[in-house]
Ligand binder design. Structure first.
Ligand code: ADP
Ligand code: MG
Length: 378
């Protein structure tokens, strides 16, 4: 995918509207619980500051109406050498403040989600945003699947470029869309309905696709097995998908019973009061073995209810990936949280900042916010 690159933009002395991902989980007291996305956005911010741009940063925070102040404060602590101020203004009121920005300074505007026109991609809001700057840089891959005013609308009005993180995300996930022979995909987590498009796509691209987590329950059920009281999706897995030749399903699982006990059993031995909570050891060994002989690994979705300490299946896969030497792409908010304790050498294993955006990119090969950043064909 050919996107206009930040590296090719002349930004010195220019007012740059930077759409960056400030959409991070917050604690009950409003402080930042996980700053992975903020840290991944720093190279673009640092590049703009070093080049002498006047940066107006815009972010979208999922929690309704929440202020970006604690996020901006956290960002300022992460990058103490960057002169960064939180303006806390809406775009319409920002012009008078941003006019006084010096080269190399950063102003962070208030949560753009507070603007009624944001999610509607209202042209009036896009116009106001565009009036603040000379050019636009989109670095918010995590929200690139949403066609909003602050990514799609404004990009159509200003000279627009992909930021360094966005560019890297697209490159690494494009690699996952053109896997070499012998590649292995693992999809876990929950909500089959949201993962069906990506599963379909991967089953055409990857020689082997392992399905775990709550998704496996849906596939086991589609194959006529009883999954007891396990979490299943509202929609059934279509027959052709359930029978695809590339599919790998757990052969044993950890189940917990309504009486509080847990045991390991084969997938055809689940009792009516039992709930599948994790991969069993035989499945973990088999999938780890697959990883060790894979040319490339793509992974989304935890393989068990990791929040309740059913982490063994997920840990086994992450250990196998850590011990392997193939390149890999891993993503999903819960997946990254579940494998946080693992480290991978160098840039071999790419951790995507996208959850929904990663799944949509893999399923569609593009995203709404990427389209206006494309180079015109020669
Ligand atoms: P991601 O955010 O990485 O894309 P998802 O949101 O799709 O992942 O899924 C994560 C959720 O799936 C977690 O809350 C986890 O507890 C749940 N999960 C995984 N395995 C099971 C299972 N066997 N039964 C119920 N929930 C599961
Ligand atoms: Mg999730």
């Amino acid at each position: 995918m050919n996107l206009r690159r930040l590296a090719d933009a002349e930004v010195a002395g220019k007012r740059v509207l930077l759409r960056t991902s400030l959409n991070v989980p917050l604690r009950a007291d409003g402080t930042v619980a996980d700053d992975f996305r903020l840290r991944r956005g720093l190279p673009t911010l640092e590049h703009l500051v070093r080049q002498g741009a006047k940066v107006i940063a815009v972010g979208y925070l999922g929690r309704e109406g929440a202020s970006l102040k604690p996020v901006a404060d956290h960002l300022a602590r992460l990058a103490p050498r960057i002169p960064l101020r939180f303006f806390g203004e809406s775009p319409a009121r920002a012009a008078e403040h941003t006019a006084s920005l010096a080269s190399g300074e950063v102003a962070v505007l208030e949560n753009i989600r507070r603007e009624a026109g944001e999610e509607a991609n209202d042209p009036a809001l896009a116009e106001v945003l565009a009036s603040l700057a000379d050019l636009f840089v989109d670095d918010a891959f995590a929200e690139a699947h949403r066609p909003y005013a602050s990514n799609v609308g404004v990009a159509q009005l200003l000279p627009s470029y992909a930021g360094l993180l966005l560019e890297e995300e697209v490159a690494r996930l494009s690699e996952a869309l053109t896997p070499p022979p012998g590649a292995f995909a693992v999809v876990g987590g929950a909500k089959f309905e949201t993962k069906q498009p990506v599963l379909r796509k991967l089953s055409t691209l990857y020689g082997r696709v392992a399905v775990g987590g709550a998704l496996a329950n849906d596939f086991l059920k589609a194959r006529g097995l009883s999954v007891g009281a396990s979490l299943v999706s509202d929609i059934p897995v279509p027959d052709d998908l359930a029978k695809s030749a590339c599919l790998l399903l757990p052969t044993d699982v950890v189940v917990s019973s309504s009486r509080g006990g847990k045991r390991i059993c084969r997938v055809d031995e689940i009792r009516s009061d039992e709930t599948i909570v994790d991969n069993g050891p035989e499945t973990s060994r088999a999938w780890s073995e697959e990883i060790s002989k894979s040319s490339f690994v793509l992974w989304n979705g935890p393989l068990g209810v990791f929040e309740k300490d059913f982490t063994e299946g997920t840990d086994a896969l992450a250990s196998a990936l850590s011990a392997a030497s193939c390149r890999a792409a891993v993503g999903g908010g819960d997946t990254l949280a579940a494998i946080e304790k693992f480290s991978f050498e160098g840039d071999r294993v790419f951790r995507s900042t996208g959850g929904g955006a990663m799944l949509d990119f893999l399923a569609e090969g593009t995203l709404p916010a990427l389209e206006p950043l494309r180079m015109p064909p020669l």
